[in-house]
Design a protein around this ligand. Structure first.
Ligand code: HEC
Ligand code: HEC
Ligand code: HEC
Ligand code: HEC
Ligand code: HEC
Ligand code: HEC
Ligand code: HEC
Length: 477
């Protein structure tokens, strides 16, 4: 903002000089020297204006440009040929962007062809006949997990000081801001600045939101992610603090878990932009809707469903596989198999198992509810699957009492050794003692204050003395 201030001062000073020279000529004679001064002043002001404009990102953005790279910064194309690296010989930190420095990313206009969506329609097409399910479904984290980055959908602050992110490296800074209804991340690297628009949101914001943008038909992640708790901008998971990385490709696996459908075209991150169906919709659990919808439109009197799968009518293993598309931490889609799974299929026919739960490309996070639950005695000694506790059509987040009632479908309060001590309070919250939140190393982010591990519910249900102690302390207060 300093530069705009400078510009303002120049303009105000200019007005002052103008009036002064008018006063000089009031006596009727023409003051040639004053006119020459005036011309010189105007030229200088115009030049200052041009320089300031050249640096003003809002002016440059209208021309599809960014600030030109100053001479003391060096840039080169990465050996892979996929992105530019910008650095300063004095500094070990740098910038990675998939567009040439001095430019802005340019989203492709739609292809204009009818995109392949493999029979997927999106949740809106179910509304007319399943309004009861639809109306509550749109409040869920599944539905909200990917969406267009309209300003009112972005949870992170875009003004007021909290919109900045500092790093350990004083010469790299980030500012999140809005202009003309578009949100941007502005990067300052030494004196050079550029901006990248936030176009898609990924993450319902119950924990976090990260942001994506298009360059051509390629989809990339932005450097700064918003973390709901503690309401701050942080480096996206896996990013190094101090770098500005805007060239991380969004691979098909990422969309496979966070959208309903995307026509994947080519490695690593080429998609048909017209094909995206955002949100994890009905159809990832019930199968693509085209045939079902066509059938029931043309047979309005047939009340028997056709061409739809209900997961709980499958075997338990196949039912778990439906959720397992996204809720195991240790698998990656086989090449070109993203979005190939259909309810009723076997998971291993579409995904490769990964060793462990490390940070490899597609095992990014999730606390692996499938594997953890399978360790529980509850699971081993009953026919329990995910829907015994979760209604996928409703947002029930935080409703501990509702979940505790679901434990009591199989258990009785007397079975719990704490019943005598807690009495009726016991049934308010079985969860915090038997399924406490735990930090998971699968979900690690770096911030200026060190590494952060947002805690998630552990689905290994068991007696946990430590969690019991903590919960008892929390209700005594
Ligand atoms: C034109 C009306 C219509 C539309 C649109 C429609 N359905 Fe249905 N659906 C029906 C009818 C009729 C049934 C059978 C009666 C019932 O279960 O409600 C049904 C049943 C179902 C069932 C239960 C199947 C079973 O075996 O019990 C599911 C699941 C389902 N639909 C999902 C969807 C999804 C997902 C969409 C959107 C992609 C959708 N429907 C769109 C009419 C429709
Ligand atoms: C995360 C997976 C998931 C999503 C998303 C989902 N469902 Fe379901 N749906 C299920 C499961 C599992 C069942 C079986 C529930 C049970 O047996 O308790 C089910 C049952 C149904 C049924 C039939 C049984 C009933 O309860 O009436 C209909 C109809 C249905 N879903 C429609 C929809 C529609 C429409 C949407 C989107 C607006 C949707 N579902 C989204 C998993 C899902
Ligand atoms: C296509 C991927 C996908 C499938 C299939 C899927 N989920 Fe999810 N689920 C997600 C993602 C992604 C999130 C995190 C959404 C977010 O917060 O942004 C999530 C979140 C959830 C949550 C947390 C909701 C909250 O508000 O805290 C529950 C519970 C859940 N899923 C249960 C299920 C169950 C049960 C099934 C199977 C019937 C299932 N999911 C199938 C991707 C999926
Ligand atoms: C294997 C499936 C899977 C893949 C791949 C995946 N995610 Fe997720 N993601 C999830 C699930 C499931 C959750 C919810 C946490 C949980 O349930 O353990 C989640 C949570 C998130 C959240 C936090 C949402 C919230 O507020 O709860 C963000 C942000 C996110 N993912 C972004 C990404 C990005 C970006 C990628 C690709 C680089 C990616 N995810 C890849 C399944 C996946
Ligand atoms: C579908 C039925 C079912 C549901 C729902 C269920 N359980 Fe269980 N659970 C069982 C069975 C069966 C056992 C083994 C026999 C027993 O101990 O009663 C068990 C065992 C347990 C144990 C003993 C574990 C051990 O290692 O000895 C605990 C603790 C427990 N359940 C807590 C819960 C809690 C808390 C919930 C709700 C979040 C829950 N259960 C939901 C069926 C269920
Ligand atoms: C304050 C923490 C706390 C709460 C709340 C709580 N439990 Fe427990 N639960 C425990 C502890 C600790 C034990 C082990 C007690 C013992 O061994 O004496 C236990 C034991 C159990 C067992 C028996 C495990 C076995 O060894 O067979 C079951 C089943 C169980 N709880 C279910 C529940 C259910 C269902 C609820 C909610 C209605 C609940 N618990 C609420 C802490 C809790
Ligand atoms: C015995 C009950 C039970 C079963 C079975 C169960 N869950 Fe959960 N799950 C819970 C409870 C309780 C929570 C915490 C809900 C809350 O506080 O909002 C939870 C939370 C979650 C979350 C949100 C994670 C977080 O920490 O915010 C996801 C995702 C999830 N479950 C997925 C699944 C999947 C997938 C399955 C099947 C493999 C499953 N759950 C089976 C009880 C269960």
């Amino acid at each position: 903002m300093k530069r705009n201030l400078f510009l303002l001062v120049a303009v105000i000073a200019g007005i002052g000089v103008f009036y002064l020279s008018r006063d000089d000529s009031d006596n009727g004679t023409v003051d040639v020297a004053a006119l020459a001064r005036e011309r010189a002043r105007k030229e200088a002001a115009a030049e200052a204006n041009a320089i300031a404009n050249q640096l003003d990102l809002s002016v440059l953005a209208k021309q599809g440009k960014s600030q030109p790279l100053p001479e003391y910064l060096a840039s080169d194309v990465d050996p892979s040929g996929r992105f530019w690296l910008v650095g300063n010989p004095e500094s070990e930190f740098g910038v990675e962007i998939p567009f040439e420095p001095g430019n802005l990313p340019a989203a492709m206009e739609g292809r204009g062809t009818r995109p392949n969506k493999a029979g997927f329609l999106g949740a809106d097409s179910c509304q007319e006949c399943h309004a009861d399910k639809y109306d509550s479904f749109v409040e869920t984290a599944h539905h909200r997990t990917s969406r267009i980055a309209n300003l009112d959908e972005i949870s992170g602050p875009l003004s007021g000081g909290k919109n900045r992110m500092r790093t350990l490296h004083p010469e790299i800074g980030f500012e999140m801001l809005e202009r003309d209804e578009v949100a941007y991340q502005r990067v300052s690297f030494f004196d050079w600045q550029f901006e990248v628009p936030m176009q898609l949101i990924m993450g319902s914001s119950k924990m976090a939101e990260t942001y994506l943008y298009w360059h051509g038909d390629r989809l990339f992640q932005l450097n700064c992610t918003y973390l709901s708790e503690p309401d701050a901008w942080i480096n996206s998971p896996g990013y190094l603090d101090g770098d500005a990385a805007y060239a991380r490709p969004i691979q098909s696996g990422c969309l496979d878990c966070h959208t309903t459908y995307a026509a994947f075209e080519k490695d690593p991150n080429h998609f048909d932009p017209d094909s995206l169906i955002l949100g994890v919709s009905c159809e990832r659990c019930h199968g693509p809707g085209q045939q079902h919808v066509d059938y029931h439109h043309s047979h309005p009197n047939d009340k028997k469903s056709q061409f739809m799968v209900v997961p709980s009518k499958l075997s338990r293993e196949r039912e778990m596989d439906v959720c397992g598309q996204c809720h195991t931490g240790d698998k990656a889609p086989k090449a070109a198999e993203a979005f190939g799974f259909r309810p009723g299929d076997r998971l291993e026919d579409h995904y490769d198992e990964l060793e462990g739960h490390d940070d490899s490309a597609n095992s990014v996070h999730t606390s692996n509810q499938i594997a953890r639950l399978a360790l529980s005695t509850c699971f081993k000694e009953s026919e329990m699957a995910c829907v015994q506790c979760h209604d996928p059509h409703k947002n029930e987040r935080g409703l501990s009492q509702v979940f505790s009632q679901r434990c009591l479908k199989c258990h009785q309060e007397e079975h719990c050794g704490m019943q005598e001590e807690l009495g009726p309070k016991l049934s308010e919250n079985c969860i915090d003692c038997h399924m406490p939140k735990r930090a998971t190393a699968n979900l690690r982010v770096e911030t200026i204050g060190g590494q952060v591990f947002p805690p998630l519910r552990d689905h290994y249900i068991r007696v946990d003395k430590e969690a019991t102690g903590k919960y008892l302390d929390s209700i005594k207060q």
